[in-house]
Design a protein around this ligand. Structure first.
Ligand code: IPM
Ligand code: MG
Length: 354
């Protein structure tokens, strides 16, 4: 198993170091893997003037899976769009055809008190958000600036979804629901957007193949509200790139901290890029206090989805639970009565539990 490691910026290198430490422990225990690092995001720009340097892309293409930290930071905010770190992640998703983004939002019993919502609303929560990742207004052309008919300057983007793009992500939604609670909610804005009307039509058509799955539809504004009102009504959510970006951040916060949530971005053959759902957190970068668990759990997702090594994935997840059960908490999930630890100590605790 060949893994390209793209740590990126901000807290990226710190949290990725903990995940690779965990993977190396498993390697000693018999898991056959190779890891190679390359610059990416702002670090890629610093190294070669490109947020996705050609050599890093080549490494990612040749690898079986990619482990990412996070990209971006204030240092790069003023760069032209093409050179911004965010373009690195958007381009690698596109280049690798990673159209299916899986973002689980799981409530760990130990962390119920860390959520900003009432315990009865969030305890036992287990949602899977499936976000389409290579289409929509994120990539639509034309886009840019122009003078409009009234001679005023305007900015514009284009939202579109091709039938094949909707079909393949809907399939992922139904297949995922089949393995879970058999409930799929497709989120759109069908009351306003043509793209969404088409999206809904295609999802309904795909549903014919999956009569065992209870399909529902929800407008994105309502979904945003329902997620904080009664999140346990959801099992699997499938939605477009832009709505999924927003709803997955919201869903992650139900669980207390976005620092806990992993993600997988898969192509049609289950090759994947694995990264925490959170960003590069420049405000705490270098302080050794970031939560490495989302990245460690992302490596577990990698073992499960790309390498079909469920057993090893389970071992990592159990080790994370054990670290939490011992009362260890990074700052983002700290509560009175628990023990505050830094990034490295948390990684060490997971390794010890393994
Ligand atoms: C995410 C991030 C990215 C996105 C940014 C960094 C481009 O917010 O992975 O959710 O919008 O997709
Ligand atoms: Mg986002």
């Amino acid at each position: 198993m060949k893994i390209a490691v793209l740590a990126g910026d901000g807290i990226g290198p710190e949290i990725v170091a903990q995940a690779t430490k965990v993977l190396r422990v498993l390697a000693k225990d018999g898991l056959k893997l190779e890891m190679e690092e390359a610059p990416f995001g702002g670090a890629g720009f610093d190294a070669s003037g490109d947020p996705l340097p050609a050599a890093s892309l080549k490494l990612a293409k040749e690898a079986d899976a990619v482990l990412c930290g996070a990209v971006g930071g204030p240092k790069y905010d003023a760069l032209p769009r093409a050179q911004r770190p965010e373009q690195g992640i958007l381009r690698i998703r596109k280049e690798l055809g990673l159209f299916a983004n899986l973002r689980p939002a799981i409530m760990y019993p130990e962390l119920v008190g860390a959520s900003s919502l009432k315990p009865e609303v969030v305890s036992g929560l287990d949602i899977m958000i499936i976000r389409e990742l290579t289409g929509d207004i994120y990539f639509g052309e034309p886009r840019g600036r122009r003078d409009n008919a009234r001679g005023e300057r305007e900015g514009f983007d284009s939202m579109h979804y091709a039938e094949s793009e909707i079909r393949r992500i809907a399939e992922v939604g139904f297949l995922t629901a089949m393995k879970r609670g058999k409930k799929l909610c497709s989120v759109d804005k069908e009351n306003v957007l043509e793209t969404s009307r088409f999206w809904r039509e295609i999802v309904i058509d795909v549903a014919k193949k999956y009569p065992q799955v209870a399909l529902s539809h929800m407008y994105v504004d309502n979904a945003a509200m329902q997620l904080v009102r009664n999140p346990k009504q959801f099992d699997v959510i499938v939605t477009g790139n832009m709505f999924g970006d927003i709803l997955s951040d919201e869903a992650s916060m139900l669980t207390g901290s976005i620092g806990m949530l992993p993600s997988a971005s898969l192509d049609a053959n289950s090759k994947g890029l694995y990264e925490p759902s959170h960003g590069s957190a420049p405000d705490i970068a270098g302080k050794g206090i970031a939560n490495p668990l989302a990245t460690i759990l992302s490596s577990a997702m990698m073992l499960r989805y790309t390498f079909n090594q469920d057993e090893w994935a389970y071992r990592i997840e159990a080790a994370v639970k054990s670290a939490l059960a011992q009362g260890l908490r990074t700052a983002d999930i700290y509560e009175a009565g628990t023990k505050k630890v830094g990034t490295q100590e948390m990684g060490d605790a997971v390794v010890a539990a393994l």
